[in-house]
Design a protein around this ligand. Structure first.
Ligand SMILES: Nc1ncnc2c1ncn2[C@@H]1O[C@H](COP(=O)(O)OP(=O)(O)O)[C@@H](O)[C@H]1O
Ligand SMILES: [Mg+2]
Length: 263
């Protein structure tokens, strides 16, 4: 579904693919908002693609890293992005296999690493691609080295984007061989209270008419400037409404905080 992305000023940032699966719990009717972080991410990735470089997008969980990278690349490189995500500590073998599938290579994955690398490099030399390695905090030094090895090869035409939590930054920045090759770093931070007041009403119709005071109250007690927290709160509001048309007020929010363990 092609959709406009809401910017906090109300101007559409770009027209791109908006995928409901971007949202935590597939939150119904949620918009992608052009937050400062997302707009910066789009500019940064534009430069990274132009330079065919390596980049690292890092910051704590829920700050909108994956969504910003995915939404940006749907607009910037819709036909040449390969995204791999690891949910636990991968090995270089896992990376080879993830790329084999991500690149839709035919046949069976080769059994021998040397043969495998030859195949992957040939595929990555074929045309330019952006490789996104999400949840990169799970990767060992050896795994980062593997990406570097692919990127360093003169035949491959790739940009590599690491997306991950704080550990990703620590591991990468500790390795001069790698860190010196990272062209650009973007740190995602929590949204400040004033940004929350412009972002949240554009995020979901539930909040579009809500008084600032109520939004600030929800942010202070449960949102904490973290987008995933806000998606969670919003889903609780929707469920409460489905159950009986509850008004969005401080009482409803207090009940939601109690469900979130937010006191
Ligand atoms: N710019 C945005 N516009 C709308 N919703 C967002 C935005 N950024 C994050 N979200 C919401 O917050 C959730 C968590 O964001 P995500 O990118 O997965 O965080 P991270 O990768 O930093 O852990 C998303 O699933 C989405 O519901
Ligand atoms: Mg993520």
């Amino acid at each position: 579904m092609a959709e406009q992305i809401e910017t906090v000023s109300g101007e559409p940032a770009w027209v791109g693919e908006h995928d409901q699966a971007d949202h935590y719990l597939h939150l119904q009717d949620a918009n992608i908002v052009g937050t400062r972080a997302l707009l910066t991410c789009q500019d940064n990735l534009d430069d990274v693609i132009e330079a065919a470089a390596m980049a690292c997008m890092h910051g704590s969980a829920g700050f909108g890293k994956s969504l910003a990278v995915n939404a940006s690349l749907r607009a910037l490189a819709p036909h040449n992005t390969v995204r791999v995500v690891f949910r636990s500590r991968p090995t270089t073998r896992d990376i080879r296999h993830a790329l084999f599938h991500g690149l839709h290579l035919p046949g069976q994955p080769p059994g021998h690493p040397i043969e495998f690398d030859r195949l992957l490099k040939a595929a990555l030399a074929d045309r330019f691609r952006v490789l996104v390695c999400d949840e990169a905090q799970w990767m060992s030094r050896e795994c980062f080295e593997y990406w570097r090895h692919l990127w360093d090869d003169p035949s491959t035409q790739i940009a590599v984007v690491f997306v991950g939590g704080g550990d990703c930054y620590r591991v990468l920045s500790r390795e001069p061989m790698l860190a010196s090759r990272i062209y650009l770093w973007q740190r995602f931070r929590k949204m400040e209270p004033e940004e929350i007041l412009s972002v949240i009403p554009a995020f979901h119709p539930v909040w579009s008419e809500a008084p600032d005071q109520l939004i600030s109250y929800a942010d202070l007690h449960a949102g904490h400037g973290n987008f995933r927290n806000w998606a969670r709160i919003t889903n609780h509001v929707l469920q409460a409404r489905r159950r009986g048309g509850a008004d969005l007020d401080a009482d409803l929010l207090k009940w939601i905080f109690s469900r979130l363990g937010g006191g």
